[in-house]
Each structure stands twice: as C-alpha cells, then as structure tokens.
Ligand binder design. Structure first.
Ligand code: XMP
Length: 516
C-alpha cells in the first residue's frame, strides 16, 4: 500500500518548513515539493497525495516573473487544496478575483471576522487572531468562491470554491500566534482531505529497516561517516540493525570536538553493537593545516577537504564498499527558497554533499525525510543514550566556527572549556532542553583586566543561546540573570586567560547562529 501524504508546494516562503512540521505534528506525513515540479510530483508513484497546501512566497503574485498557475492547472489536480498567504492570492488571481498591492498591508496579529462558518473554521470564535504578513491582498473574491472570513481592514481572509474543495487563507494557520491555527489545519487535513492523522516518526523505524534491506544487495558493504551528532549516530545504528558486519563506521576526531566528545561517541557506538568502527585520531593533521588561517570560509574549506581525504584513505582499505551512508536530514536537503528564489550562500555546510565524489559510491540517507525532533524520537526508540539524543546540534567544522580568527591551541582550549561550562550550567538550571543551542565563542579581541593586584590582558568570550525550531531562524534566549552570572564567573575563574564574558542578543536573521 502506498503511504499517504500532504504535499506542500514551496514558493520560497519563510514558513514552508513550519507548515510541513505542523502537518506532521498533527499526524499527517508531509513533503515539500518545489513549485517548478507542480503538478507532476503531486502524482508521485511512491505516495498517495490526499491534499495540497500552496505556501507563502517572498514576492508579489502580480510581479512579471512570479510563479502562477491557471484555474485549469488547479482544477486538474483533483485533490483538496489550501492556499496560504501567497497561495491564497495565487488561487484568487487564477480564478479572476481582485488583488491590490500595498493598499491593505497587515503584519503580525490581526483580527479576523468569520462571515460564513464552513468546516475549515468550525472551531474558531466569531472573531479570532490571525498572524498576517502580506503587502498584497485579495480585495474581491473570485466569482464562484464564497467568502468565509474578512480581515479587520476588509480584505478576504478566508475563502472557498463553491463546489470544489479549494480553500485560501490570507493568515498563517501554521504560526503559533494564530488563534486555533492548528485546529484550522487539522480541519483541512481530516475533514476536507480525509487523513486519519495516525502517522508517527517512530513508525519509520521498521519501514526504514525494510527499505535499507531492499536497497543494499547482500554482498555489498556500506561506509558511514559518523560525526557523533544524533543524526549520524542514528543513521549508523539503523544501518547496523540490518547490515551488521557489512557496515563500516568511520569516525574522525578532527581535534575540534566538544570536551570528552570523541570518547563518549566511541563508547556509545561500541555499546550500540557497531562491530566495524574505525576511529581516526587526526587532530594534528587538521590543526597544522589551520595554522595561520583566519578567514571563516577558508577554515571550513580546509576542514572539509582534510575530512574528505581521510575518509577516502580509510575507505580504500575496506573491501567491497559500494555505498556511503550519511546522516542527512530533511532541512539539509530541502532548503526553503531553493525553488527559484535564489537564496544566497551564507555558509558552506560541509556535511551535505561534501564527501569525495571520486569514491564513486552510491548514497544511502535513511533519515533524509525527517526533521531533527523526529530523528530524536527514532533515536530514542532505537535505544540510543539520552546524552546523544538530546545533545544540542554541533557544526561539522566543530569549534573552529566558534573561534573568531586563527584557531590556536590556546583559543581552542578556552573554547572547549567555556563550552563545557555553558552546557553544564544550562543543564543544572534545567533549561538545556528549552534552547536549540547554548555555547561559547572565543573572539580575537582582548580586554584589560585586573587579576589580584595586577593588570592582565585576556580574551573576550561571547556566550550565545538561541531558541529555534530548525536552526533556520532563531531568537536569542532570554536567559536568567543568575544563570548568566554563574556562567560568567566560572568562565573567568576556571578557564583562565579570559577577562570579559558577554551575552549575544541578536537573533537570526540578521545574525547567523554560529560566530563564523
Ligand atoms: P548558522 O550559523 O548557519 O547555523 O545560523 C545554523 C545551524 O547549522 C549549524 N551549522 C553548521 N553545521 N556545518 C554543519 O554541519 C557547518 O559548517 C555549520 N555551520 C553552522 C549550526 O550549529 C546551527 O545549528
């Protein structure tokens, strides 16, 4: 039987992943499909698509190059459809509604008034708060559509085709600030599309094991790059269940790991029954190549290259290797906006598509359809220890991106110790699991201090903690002052050579999460 899914058509809007995640939280498997693949991918052989959601976009629907579909395109797909924001406007335009640019602009919490109580709005009060972010608006609904709700300034907030299950909403039901937003999505998924809402990420464990067994022929081996993070450890453990001795895990210690991390990862992999574990201690190799290098992209490039070289050397020693397993997860693969909006390269993430092509290995990426929190659930089901499951994400290039400028031994020592203190204090305060990441950065700046009676020069260390759903956007964490005080005192007193600790209070955007 084919699995059921809702397809989210991506026009590059900032909330596309959020829509996909909310559907999954409601028990409906969702996938993001670029608008350029509409409608072919909707009728994928692998899935039965029971519903379509057209997402938002960072542009106006009446711009010359903006993606558009005709009424015929939309009617032809024959499955229920919900347009959100840009999707709503696209539907209105396709069916000859009237749109205006810049006359009714609404941002943030906006009052929405229900005009007709259709199934979609069954659970909301007569007036409710909808989260808006639009410059254009639908000022007159298309012929053949019914208005279900209006915004306080008179734009069409929700509408429905009179005969077909085609809906449009101007507000964002996927954003938590929309009152009963999840109920609106659930009504669409259950009552309009007919989903059962019984999908769970852990159901994927058995399915994934079957897929791995069916993909890898019995006489071929797989190598798996393990970084120690939850994604790669889960990939390795999953593969190990099926492949046993045909799996070779390569774990490279590049010398830029967190305190005690290499030992912990090796112990965990052994405990989880990984028979062929190749542990490469390569700190010297990486650190000598990083000497004198200040530029962040150059540092990433060197680490990526060196990693690929080591990997290639080790892989060459293993017989009958035809496959490379990677812990790629869904957001690594589908970057919202990649479908035509031309998102700029912000940083090179070397764990995606960064391993040597010369190995000519086929890729196996069992977690490629899961979000981080779903991977964590799978990891728990597989019995992976809590300290790995709940550990904060850590960048592939390690502490090198938490050291501004050159990576020296002294800055690396400070960075590792300070990071351990931040993690420990967040855990002691019971807030470690509330944040996406909490860490310390060593800057290239110094600050004059007085230690005892003497004048001292030391480094400035930045403490950063952020809340985020997937690392793509993030808000700085409003930490308790006493917690910051404890962290600050411990870093200065215990680490040494630090004379100032500051707290980072900029969100992403405009900053990135890591320092460089
Ligand atoms: P940024 O700093 O780009 O980080 O806002 C977003 C998320 O990605 C992680 N990150 C990386 N991961 N290689 C990785 O594997 C990298 O070079 C890299 N840079 C950032 C970061 O920790 C955060 O969770």
């Amino acid at each position: 039987m084919r699995s059921q899914r809702v397809a989210i058509v991506d026009f590059g809007g900032q909330y596309t992943h959020l829509i996909a995640r909310r559907c999954r939280e409601l028990g409906v498997y969702s996938e993001i499909v670029p608008f350029t693949k509409f409608p072919e991918e909707i009728f994928s052989e692998d899935y039965e698509t029971l519903g379509i959601i057209l997402s938002g976009a960072p542009r106006s629907v009446d711009e010359p190059n903006a993606p558009k579909f005709s009424a015929e395109d939309l009617l032809n797909v024959q499955v229920p459809m919900l347009g959100i924001c840009y999707g709503h406007q696209l539907i209105a335009m396709a069916f000859n509604g009237e749109l205006k640019r810049g006359t009714i602009m609404e941002y943030g919490r906006t009052c929405v008034m229900v005009v007709e109580r259709d199934v979609l709005l069954m659970d909301v009060p007569d007036q409710f708060i909808g989260w808006m972010s639009h410059m254009d608006s639908v000022v007159r609904h298309p012929p053949g559509f019914k208005v279900l709700a209006l915004t306080e300034r008179g734009a069409v907030a929700a509408m429905k085709h009179a005969e077909r299950p085609i809906y449009g909403v101007q507000f964002h039901p996927e954003v938590k600030h929309t009152q009963m937003g999840s109920s609106i999505l659930k009504r669409f998924l259950v009552d309009v599309c007919g989903f059962r809402c019984d999908w769970k990420p852990v159901d994927r464990v058995e399915e994934l094991s079957r897929e791995i067994a069916a993909t890898i022929p019995p006489d071929e081996s797989v190598i798996c790059a393990v970084s120690g993070g939850v994604d790669s450890v889960t990939t390795a453990v999953l593969l190990n269940r099926v492949l046993d001795k045909r799996l070779y895990c390569i774990f490279v210690d590049h010398g830029l790991m967190r305190k005690d991390e290499p030992e912990q990862v090796v112990a965990t992999l052994r405990r989880m029954g990984i028979a062929n574990l190749i542990f490469v201690k390569a700190a010297e190799r990486f650190l000598s190549r990083l000497k004198g290098v200040k530029d962040p992209e150059e540092k990433r490039k060197i680490i990526g290259e060196e990693f690929a070289k080591i990997f290639e050397e080790e892989a060459a020693k293993i017989p009958k290797v035809r496959w490379l397993a990677q812990g790629t997860i869904y957001p690594d693969r589908i970057e919202s906006g990649s479908a035509g909006s031309g998102s700029a390269l912000i940083k090179t993430h070397h764990n995606v598509a960064g391993l040597p092509a010369s190995l000519r290995l086929k890729l196996v990426e069992p977690l490629k359809d899961l979000y981080k929190d779903e991977v964590r659930e799978v990891a728990k089901r597989l019995g992976i220890p809590e300290e790995i499951v709940s550990r904060h994400p850590f960048p592939g290039p390690g502490l090198a991106v938490r050291i501004v400028g050159e990576v020296t031994e002294e800055k690396l020592r400070i960075c590792r110790e300070a990071n351990a203190i931040v993690e420990e204090e967040f855990k002691n305060a019971g807030v470690y699991d509330k944040v996406w990441q909490a860490f310390a950065v060593v800057t290239d700046s110094s600050w004059t201090g007085v230690m005892g009676d003497a004048r001292a020069e030391g480094y400035v260390v930045i403490v950063r903690a952020v809340e985020s759903e997937d690392g793509m956007t993030a808000d700085w964490y409003r930490a308790d002052m006493d917690l910051l005080d404890r962290i600050s005192k411990r870093i200065v007193n215990e680490v040494g050579n630090v004379t100032m600790v500051v707290y980072a209070t900029t969100s992403k955007p405009p900053s990135t999460i890591e320092a460089c």
